[in-house]
Design a protein around this ligand. Structure first.
Ligand code: NAG
Ligand code: NAG
Ligand code: NAG
Ligand code: NAG
Ligand code: NAG
Ligand code: NAG
Ligand code: NAG
Length: 500
C-alpha cells in the first residue's frame, strides 16, 4: 500500500513538474491595439498599403476574419479591459471626452488586474482613454506596474500636445508612473511607443511571465508621418491616403522591431500576441474599410468588423484563417484563462473564452453579439412596434448569421479607396427614406450589407428585437456627465491629468 501510494505520488509529482515546464507554463501575453486601423488597410486584405511585418505575423498565426470590435475608441478599450458590454458599465454613449468626469467603473477589474493577480509583470504603453478624472482611474491603479503614454483620444504625434477646446491652447498629454514627460517633443509617437515597449521587453525579469499592452497612437488622425515612410506611396494621389499609408508602414515597422526584441530576449517561443484594431477606419482621415459598408462611428460593418489576428511562438497552430464569431470582449476571459488567472471577483462577463476556437478551430461558443444599445443617441423615425424594443433607438445585434440594426446607424455608404470607383451602384437607403430605422442582413451571405432583408423577414426582425429588448432589460443607465471646468490643464501645470 505504502509503496503504491508513494509511487502514485511520485507519478503525480512528475506529471506536475513536466506539465508546468511544458504545457502549463504561463505564456507571455502581448496585446497590441492599433487606433482607427481600417479593414482595407492591411496587406493580406488586398490593401494598397504594404504591411510585410503584420502579414508575416498573421500568416504565422491565426487570422480572425469574423472578428468584431466597437465603432469607437473608449468603448472598445473598455470591453477589452473588462470583458463586459458597454450597457453593463454605463459607457454605451460616445467616447470619454477630456474634461468629462467619466471612466471605466472601478468595480470592473481590468485584464491587467487579473494578470497581476496571476503573477505577471504588467506593463502598458500608449493610449489609455478609459478615464483619468481621479488618480484611481489611471492605468497604474488599474493593474499596470508601469505606464508610459497618453490619456485622451488623440493628439499631435510629435509635440504630444492636445488642443483643449475650451481655451484653444495645446497642452501636454504624455506621462509615465512618475508624472509628465517634457523631453520627448519631436519624437514621433510610433517610434517612441515602440522603443518604450522594447525597453519593457529588454528590462523584463524572466522569472515572471510578461503581460504587455501596447496601444499605439497609430493610425488615428492627425495625419503625420516622417517623410521617409511616405516615399514608397508616391503613386497614391490622395494626400491624406498617402500620409495615412506612411503611418501604417511606420506602425508595421514598429511591429517588426517589437517582435525582434521579443525573440532576442528569448521570450517569443512562449509568447501569445494578439493584434487588433479598436474600430473601423476613419475614411475622412485616410482610412478605408472597403468593401465593407460605412466607417468608424457607424453600426455598419465598416465600423465594427475589425482587423485582428493571434500569433506568437506559443500558438500551437500556424497559417489558419478563423471564421468563427469572435468579439473584443472575448479577450478578457480568453487571455486571463491562458494566464491561468482567476475570474473571481469580476461581474458577469459578456465575453467568452475563445482559446479552443482559436487554437483548435472548434466552433465559437458565441452565437449572439450585442453591438450596442445607445439610448442617448438622437432617435430616428418612430417605433415600428409598440410592444417590443423601440426601433427609433440606435442599436445593433447579431444572432447567428443575422444582424439587426435600429435607429440611426450613421452614414451607410460604400467608400472605395480614393482614386478607385465603385463597381456597383446601390443607393444609400438611409438617405432615401429618412424615417427608416430597421435593417436586417444575413452577414454570412452578405458581409457587405447590400441586401436589406427587413421587409422580407419580419419574423426574424421581431425575433432579433426580442434579443435587444432582453439586453436592454439588463442595461445600466448611461453615464454621461457634463464637462467639468476644473479639468482644464491650465489649472494643473499645463498637463492633462486627474483633477478631482
Ligand atoms: C504638431 O506639432 C508640431 C510642433 O509643434 C507642429 O509643427 C505641427 O504642425 C503639428 N502638427 C499638427 C498636425 O498639428
Ligand atoms: C527623457 O528623459 C528620460 C528620463 O530621464 C530619458 O530616459 C530619455 O532618454 C529622455 N529622452 C530624450 C529624448 O532625451
Ligand atoms: C525600428 O528599428 C530600426 C532599427 O533600429 C529603426 O531605425 C526604426 O526607427 C525603428 N522603427 C520604429 C517604428 O520604431
Ligand atoms: C474569491 O473572492 C472572494 C472574495 O474576494 C474570496 O473570499 C474567495 O476566497 C476567492 N476565491 C478564490 C477561489 O480565489
Ligand atoms: C403605437 O402607439 C401609438 C400611440 O398610441 C400609435 O399612434 C401607433 O399607431 C402605435 N403603433 C403601432 C405599430 O401599433
Ligand atoms: C429600455 O429599458 C428602459 C428601462 O426599462 C426603458 O425605459 C426603455 O424604453 C427601453 N428601451 C427601448 C429602446 O426599448
Ligand atoms: C444566411 O446565409 C447563409 C449562407 O448563404 C445560409 O446558409 C443561411 O441559411 C442564411 N441564414 C438565414 C437565417 O437565412
Amino acid at each position: 500500500m505504502m509503496t503504491l501510494s508513494l509511487r502514485l505520488l511520485f507519478a503525480v509529482w512528475l506529471t506536475a513538474v513536466s506539465g508546468r515546464d511544458i504545457r502549463n507554463k504561463q505564456p507571455n501575453i502581448v496585446v497590441v491595439l492599433a487606433d482607427d486601423y481600417g479593414f482595407n488597410d492591411i496587406g493580406y486584405h488586398g490593401s494598397q498599403i504594404f504591411t510585410p511585418n503584420l502579414d508575416q505575423l498573421a500568416s504565422d498565426g491565426v487570422k480572425l476574419e469574423n472578428y468584431y470590435v466597437q465603432p469607437i475608441c473608449s468603448p472598445t478599450r473598455s470591453q477589452l479591459m473588462s470583458g463586459r458590454y458597454q450597457i453593463h458599465t454605463g459607457l454605451q454613449h460616445g467616447l470619454i471626452n477630456s474634461g468629462q468626469p467619466s471612466a471605466l467603473p472601478l468595480d470592473n477589474p481590468t485584464m491587467a488586474d487579473k494578470m497581476k493577480e496571476a503573477g505577471y509583470a504588467t506593463h502598458m504603453v500608449g493610449k489609455w482613454h478609459l478615464g483619468y478624472f481621479k488618480a484611481e482611474y489611471m492605468p497604474f491603479y488599474r493593474g499596470f506596474d508601469t505606464y508610459y503614454g497618453y490619456l485622451t483620444a488623440c493628439e499631435n504625434y510629435t509635440s504630444h500636445k492636445r488642443l483643449y477646446p475650451h481655451d484653444g491652447v495645446a497642452y501636454l498629454d504624455l506621462r509615465d508612473n512618475n508624472g509628465p514627460i517634457y523631453n520627448e517633443s519631436g519624437h514621433y509617437s510610433t517610434h517612441l511607443f515602440t522603443e518604450k515597449a522594447i525597453h519593457v521587453v529588454q528590462a523584463h525579469d524572466t522569472s515572471k511571465p510578461l503581460f504587455l499592452y501596447l496601444a499605439y497612437q497609430s493610425v488615428h488622425a492627425p495625419l503625420q508621418v516622417p517623410g521617409e515612410y511616405e516615399k514608397k506611396y508616391s503613386h497614391i494621389q490622395d494626400e491624406k491616403r498617402r500620409t495615412y499609408a506612411g503611418m501604417v508602414s511606420a506602425m508595421d515597422e514598429g511591429m517588426g522591431n517589437l517582435t525582434k526584441a521579443l525573440k532576442e530576449k528569448g521570450l517569443w517561443d512562449n509568447t501569445i500576441l494578439v493584434f487588433s484594431t479598436d474600430n473601423g477606419g476613419e475614411t475622412y482621415s485616410g482610412g478605408n474599410n472597403f468593401p465593407l459598408r460605412g466607417r468608424k462611428f457607424t453600426l455598419w460593418e465598416g465600423g465594427l468588423h475589425g482587423v485582428g489576428f493571434v500569433t506568437g511562438g506559443r500558438l500551437p497552430v500556424k497559417g489558419l484563417v478563423n471564421n468563427e464569431l469572435i468579439h473584443v470582449s472575448d479577450w478578457f476571459p480568453t487571455l486571463v484563462g491562458l494566464a491561468q488567472g482567476s475570474l473571481n471577483g469580476t461581474k458577469p462577463l459578456d465575453g467568452f473564452d475563445m482559446w479552443d476556437t482559436i487554437s483548435r478551430g472548434t466552433p465559437s461558443e458565441r452565437t449572439v453579439l450585442l453591438h450596442n444599445i445607445d439610448p442617448l443617441f438622437a432617435k430616428r423615425g418612430v417605433p415600428l412596434y409598440n410592444d417590443t424594443f423601440d426601433t427609433s433607438v440606435r442599436a445593433a445585434v447579431r444572432v447567428g448569421d443575422m444582424k439587426l440594426i435600429t435607429g440611426d446607424p450613421g452614414k451607410g455608404i460604400w467608400i472605395p479607396p480614393p482614386g478607385e470607383s465603385l463597381d456597383f451602384h446601390i443607393e444609400d437607403d438611409r438617405q432615401k427614406s429618412p424615417e427608416k430605422n430597421v435593417w436586417l442582413f444575413n452577414i454570412t451571405a452578405d458581409p457587405n450589407e447590400h441586401h436589406d432583408l427587413s421587409d422580407q423577414m419580419p419574423d426574424v426582425v421581431l425575433s432579433l428585437l426580442g434579443y435587444l429588448e432582453q439586453f436592454n432589460e439588463t442595461s445600466v443607465p448611461p453615464n454621461w456627465p457634463h464637462f467639468d471646468w476644473r479639468s482644464s490643464p491650465a489649472r494643473h501645470g499645463g498637463v492633462y491629468g486627474p483633477w478631482m
